[in-house]
Design a protein around this ligand. Structure first.
Ligand SMILES: [Zn+2]
Length: 291
């Protein structure tokens, strides 16, 4: 089952994601934690997570129920930078926790970017594949924890599989899931014995999400038009290059980096990032050659 293991407590047990994309690869290189560039966050306890949130109204595209869910107030959160892997870093709040919308009546879950009407066959599939066993979810909270957010995004992945979403949507969910785990890991202390099992657990989950994101984006690049998951071709090339480096697929990473550096459409910021990646790549390849 893998990624969907956590869903049994919500009553969703019969969705198989062993093979999210038919062409999924089976390489499992050891996970290397990437160094992250981010600014020091000043401690300002008077600013609360709740202050960034509102309860937004939705109409469920599956069961037509009206419901409310927590969402980010627009223009309130301040982005302070991005990681090497393009994950945005914010002050005081992790917006990734609030990007999944869940209908508390039928269990349909979707990333806010993909909250669009469904065709009748998709509605039927969600009712039969998700709603029948769905045991409800608490959307009446002031804030969502990382655990809540991981459950919610995993539910979105289950809905995407059941409604036969395009590879790009599933890959986007997996990318956001991976980022969410990465952000969660930043709050944990791997040296703390009490957090050791949780740390390993979330590290493993992050790896699974990222591997599925990679496979899905590679499929989407071949089958779909840009933008893919809101990204233009060069941004996605960069993301693939970073992920390929993590997996030890240096040939793919080199190809993507070269495409960005030769492109007339890539921004100078992206080219700078690609150059940094190239330096890293050259060093790894040189080291490997010497061994
Ligand atoms: Zn619903």
């Amino acid at each position: 089952m893998g990624l969907l293991d956590g869903l049994s407590k919500l009553g969703v047990t019969n969705v198989d994601t062993d093979n999210l994309y038919e062409k999924a690869e089976s390489t499992h290189p050891a996970l290397r934690k990437e160094p992250e560039k981010k600014e020091e966050k000043p401690k300002q306890p008077e600013i609360r997570e709740e202050d960034f949130l509102l309860r937004k109204s939705y109409d469920c595209p599956v069961c037509e129920s009206k419901f409310k869910d927590l969402a980010l107030k627009s223009n309130r959160a301040r982005m302070t930078g991005t990681t090497k892997g393009l994950r945005p870093i914010y002050d005081h709040i992790e917006p990734l926790k609030y990007e999944t919308i869940v209908c508390p009546v039928c269990g349909y879950a979707v990333m806010n970017r993909y909250m669009i009407p469904l065709v009748p066959s998709q509605k039927k599939a969600i009712k039969e594949g998700i709603s029948v066993n769905f045991q409800g979810i608490n959307t009446d909270k002031e804030v969502y924890t990382y655990e809540d957010a991981i459950d919610r995004i995993t539910l979105a992945l289950a809905s995407a599989v059941v409604k036969r979403a395009k590879a790009s949507e599933k890959a986007y969910i997996c990318l956001k899931g991976g980022w969410l785990c990465e952000s969660y890991l930043d709050t944990l202390d791997p040296e703390d014995a009490k957090q050791e099992i949780l740390y390993e657990d979330i590290t493993e989950k992050k790896k699974e999400f990222m591997e599925n994101a990679y496979d899905g984006f590679i499929t989407a690049m071949q089958e779909e038009n840009y933008p893919i998951g809101g990204m233009d071709e060069m941004t996605l090339n960069y993301l693939i290059a970073v992920m390929a480096m993590e997996r030890g697929q240096y040939d793919v990473a080199s190809k993507m980096v070269a495409a960005i550096l030769q492109s007339v459409s890539a921004s100078s910021r992206l080219k700078d990032k690609a150059r940094e990646l190239k330096t890293e790549l050259v060093a790894i390849l040189r080291r490997n050659k010497q061994q």
